[in-house]
Design a protein around this ligand. Structure first.
Ligand SMILES: *Cc1c(COP(=O)(O)O)cnc(C)c1O
Length: 220
């Protein structure tokens, strides 16, 4: 059995078991254009990368109708390299970054969809906004501060742990915040859940999961 056969099968079994309302971002970081194409050929159009350089290298090798999502920490000075084509930036973790995305979107006469990344994990290392910052940014957005950006929801990563209760608490917390903000203006996307915890995330209200290694195998 070839490895390519395997990744298509893994992909199909995951898709078949996802609720139809849950969006799948296939996380293709570190994967070759050939492997991405293999999943594309199964019908997948949304792919997520975490590095601008890597994304820029793969872009010309792959079909135009892929909707690229940036899912990793983005430096302000790199927004200009992706602003023309990126579908969604899932990892907005500072006001400075949001200001720059808005500025670059205007340059390219488009609106860029973003998610605000919220720090829900106990670990210090994870990027993300504090709850108070999320609320402030969303208020500014509602008052018209970022006209070239569409905040379509929130993204969060749970603590890397075997403690399912803790993961569940963190996801439920993010879901509560999502519901709170949605009362001010409806949001569509609650991006939470990766290979190891996406089923828990869906039980907690995720509408969008980001899955890499469960499809491609463990990364090097
Ligand atoms: C790498 C990554 C994923 C996918 O992780 P897997 O465990 O391989 O599914 C999801 N989200 C973010 C932000 C990532 O960096």
């Amino acid at each position: 059995m070839s490895e390519n056969f395997n990744i298509a099968e893994e992909y199909k079994s995951i898709v078949q078991n996802l609720p139809p309302t849950v969006q799948l971002t296939v996380v293709s970081k570190t994967q070759s254009a050939e492997k991405i194409k293999e999943i594309y050929n199964q019908g997948q159009r949304i792919f997520g990368e975490n590095k601008v350089q890597e994304l820029a290298e793969k872009l010309p090798l792959l079909p135009d109708d892929i909707q690229w999502h940036l899912i990793g920490h983005l430096q302000t000075n790199k927004v200009k390299y992706i602003a023309e084509f990126i579908d969604t930036i899932q990892s907005v973790d500072s006001e400075k970054l949001l200001i720059e995305i808005d500025r670059q979107a205007e340059k390219f006469s488009r609106k860029i969809k973003v998610l605000l990344q919220v720090r829900i994990a106990a670990e210090e290392t994870k990027f993300g906004l504090e709850i108070s910052e999320v609320k402030e940014l969303f208020q500014e957005y509602l008052s018209g501060k970022f006209p070239n950006v569409e905040i379509s929801g929130l993204m969060g990563m749970a603590t890397f742990t075997d403690d399912e209760n803790q993961i569940r608490q963190e996801f439920s917390f993010l879901k509560q915040l999502f519901d709170q903000l949605s009362k001010l203006q409806p949001l569509t996307t609650l991006s939470m859940g990766m290979s190891d915890d996406y089923q828990t995330a869906i039980e907690c209200g995720s509408t969008s999961v980001r899955i890499g290694s469960a499809i491609f195998g463990a990364r090097n």
